[in-house]
Design a protein around this ligand. Structure first.
Ligand code: SAH
Length: 348
């Protein structure tokens, strides 16, 4: 039997041809509402069905699992049957648990400082492969848990491998299942994009109050195009107007992501230009120190420099957060996800 996450929840009956009709409702509840790590835990299903599901519940194998930050950060490397690697990172806090998921294996957009981009594109993930990452983390929190962290998944961010708006239809279907079937609030989900303008405009027309994060990283086209090549196709002015449209359609404040790179985008002039953009968009700015990656020379800005940059933004009336980095020691931090078949970085 194929993984029950691959058909849509409404089509589960097609997997269960010899079972009474109510079985597909029971199975849907186990998959989406109260996910469990093993089919054996699906207590109201007959043993024969549990056994036939047991080797194929997930559309991937959990090949490796690493933990850091005293057990409150966990990274999974899931491996699909065709060899594609899918990484997800769960970050636990006293009042919330946020899962960072992948939407593609690899990425085609080649941002210079991002490890995934440095290793190229493998393939799009299916909706079922995206949503299964969420179900797995939900099951993990509920059945195993993290010290001092709620047993419930509260937030999901599309900030793992891949560009969600370059895999629009499958990401859309995954979001539909999270909201309509799992019962998650769209307000607890964040789509993060490098700035695919048509995708942002489409997302603005969807029925959900999703959070939108724009990975800006530079406030003029010359610098941005050198870091984020897709900027040549969708320059800052177009990106800004799409983000504005999203904000107006949803009434939800957009956030701007800015990875701080020493001597590159952490100079005062960039802070002033960024403040102007953020003010026009009424956007919140998140600063995060660069996590060094294997194929880039860039270094993170110093703590002092990041604080100075934040101070300039604040002095122009911008709300700004300096984000902490989780899981650096296990390559689970932003931009460090990059594992592909046969291309594992040696430990250390
Ligand atoms: N493609 C999407 C989502 C994946 S990247 C996007 O670009 O938004 C998630 C975030 O991590 C983005 O803001 C990205 O720019 C940032 N990022 C990438 N590489 C990084 C690195 N090495 N250090 C810190 N942040 C990085």
């Amino acid at each position: 039997m194929a993984s029950p996450y691959l058909p849509s929840p409404e089509d589960l009956g097609t997997l269960l041809t010899d079972e009474p009709a109510y079985r597909s409702d029971q199975l849907r509840e186990w998959l989406y509402e109260h996910p469990v790590l093993h089919a054996a835990d699906m207590t109201n299903l007959p043993t024969t069905l549990r056994e036939s599901l047991s080797g194929s519940l997930w559309p991937f194998d959990a090949e490796a699992e690493q933990s850091s930050d005293r057990g409150t950060t966990r990274k999974w490397l899931f491996r699909a049957p065709d060899g594609a690697a899918i990484e997800a990172v769960l970050m636990g806090y006293p009042r919330r648990a946020t899962l960072c998921i992948s939407s593609q294996a690899g990425c085609a957009l080649a941002c210079t400082f991002c490890a995934t981009g440095q290793f190229g594109f493998e393939r799009h993930l299916e909706a079922g492969e995206i949503v299964a990452q969420v179900a797995y983390a939900k099951a993990f929190l509920h059945q195993i848990g993290m010290p001092g962290v709620p047993d419930r998944l509260t937030n999901v961010v599309f900030m793992g491998m891949g560009e969600p708006l370059a895999n629009y239809s499958r990401v859309r279907e995954a979001i539909r299942r999270m909201v309509d079937v799992m019962g998650m609030s769209a307000r607890s989900l964040t789509v993060s994009t490098v700035g695919i303008v048509p995708g942002i405009l489409r997302l603005a027309e969807e029925p959900w109050q999703l959070n939108l994060a724009i990975s800006l990283h530079a406030a003029d086209d010359e610098l941005r195009s050198s870091l984020v090549p897709i900027n040549k196709r969708y320059p800052i002015a177009e990106l800004e107007s799409a983000a504005r449209r999203y904000f107006e359609a949803k009434g939800r404040r957009v956030s701007i992501e800015w990875t701080m790179m020493d001597g590159v985008n952490d100079i005062d002039e960039q802070a002033r230009k960024l403040a102007a953009i953020a003010n026009r968009l009424e956007a919140h700015v998140n600063l995060i120190a660069l996590n060094p990656t294997p194929l880039s020379e860039e270094r993170p800005s110093s703590r002092l420099h990041i604080e100075e940059f934040a101070r300039i933004l604040a002095s122009h009336g911008v709300t700004v957060t300096v984000r902490d980095t989780r899981g650096q020691d296990i390559d689970a931090a932003c931009g460090q996800l990059r594992v592909m078949a046969g291309n594992r970085k040696a430990a250390g």
